[in-house]
Design a protein around this ligand. Sequence first.
Ligand code: APR
Length: 248
Amino acid sequence: MDVQTARRLVAGASRIVGFTGAGISTESGVPDFRSPNGVWARNRIVDFQEFVSSEAGRVEYWRQKVAAWPAMRDAEPNAGHHAFVELHRQGRLSALVTQNIDRLHQRSGLPAEAVLELHGATTEAVCLSCGDTIEFDEACRRVEDGEEAPRCRQCGGLLKPATVSFGQAMPADVMLRAEAAARTCDLLLAVGSSLVVEPAASIPRIARQAGAVLIIVNRDPTPLDGIAGAAVHGEIRDVLPGLVTRGD
Ligand code: APR
């Protein structure tokens, strides 16, 4: 029932905002966070406060990031990412808001300006004092060579991956653009997110409150299923491509 409803609602929309979470990248070999075998089942969270105040916290944070990097670096986009490229090809994708840090939406062919990264991206490390950046690959090499919590070589400040940690400010300009897109779309398609982390999860709610239809595609139920026009629980690869193709 919900798949047919979702298909009909997506077919009738012309200004669609995509909203994705880590679940859209698991088919590409990048683990999500809250599934039974997800990142938080195997790692403790190091929040921003601990990162800036504790050397041991920084060492643990970098250990986790370096361990996760090869799968992310070598991942290829999958059918879920390509479904959003198809919506863009049809001229119906007004923005793709993602919580993901893997750049797979850009690698799948979406133009960079169409992708709003709420939590940054694992492409470089940035100095929290002077803003100098180095390639993430170089930062990983330095960690593997024994510099367990790398420092900025310009000013000695703390180097941190350019992703947003719990307790760290979100990129305000990106959030504003995401909120504006949510307010002006006619449908928000939320895919592969547990929709439990704020303020990211406010984006689908803003769209719904502005009168858009909310469609959710996710293996597990989410807290926003009750306000969705359709909540389809299944594998993204089995559901999403069929929702975006035009025709019968
Ligand atoms: N098909 C369908 N759903 C899937 C698939 C799949 N192949 N793989 C995973 N999922 C679903 C899971 O059921 C889960 O509900 O994707 C969801 C992923 O949820 P999370 O792991 O919580 O990821 P996300 O919602 O992106 O987390 C938000 O939390 O830890 C922070 O910063 C991190 O951006 C992340 C944020």
